[in-house]
Ligand binder design. Sequence first.
Ligand code: IPD
Length: 270
Amino acid sequence: MTLAADLLDIATRIAREAGDLAARRRREGLEIATKSVAADIVTAADREVEAFIRAELARERPDDGFFGEESAAQESASGVTWVVDPIDGTVNYAYGIPAWAVSIAAVEGTADPATWTAVAGVVYNPVSGEMFRASRGGGAWLGEQRLSVTGEVGPAGGLIATGFGYDPATHAPTLERLSRVMPIARDIRRIGAASLDLASVAAGRLDAYYEKGTHPWDHAAGVLLVEEAGGRVGGAPGGRPGNAMVVAAGPDFFDRLAALLEPELRTSER
Ligand code: IPD
């Protein structure tokens, strides 16, 4: 078994157990705290599930690094680092909207989002039971089905998902960006979980996704899914956490969307 396949197996097992733990906790009740701003929340389950994932990974691969949403980073002694969002779409999770996911990626090379290479990634939605999986060079999969991005986008425009930052200071530029993109959109979706937005692009359920202000744990696994499904990813996904810009789409539509987002693509570099 190759290293990527091995890492993918580990991520798949742990994501399933972690997601099921989060779903169980959701049924038992919620404990919510706020983070950067009032709208940016964390639940006790986010922290417990991240601790569970971290402990399982340490048991399987003690020399690997760790980079998660809810706890301090750990350097890698093996060259592999795990990038983890225990519950991506925490607001959906809190409100009971069935669009949240566990996102786990294994990256190699460096622990720096600007230069690392993702080699395996999973996005698991415990409510739908869907496990999206990808390994570098091994394709993107949903169960037995190989995923592929949408092809040519016709005159009606593309179905485009995006995200809105929690920080009120970002609202005006977010809306201005949206108005630039609207002319090539059939419609817009705001699903509320970046990892599922990217998995949906990989699965051909969306023509594109873009967002300014994501963190590496939100998009590391999803970016690999899109790339392995034949899509293109740009922007500056390696930009500073919280300042990254991710644009993902099928090869033809990518250029049209990226052209409209061009100013941000430049300023999102670190
Ligand atoms: C958030 C979600 C949301 C996106 C934000 C992310 P979280 O992650 O993915 O859709 O718009 O940029 O931070 O906080 O729910 O893990």
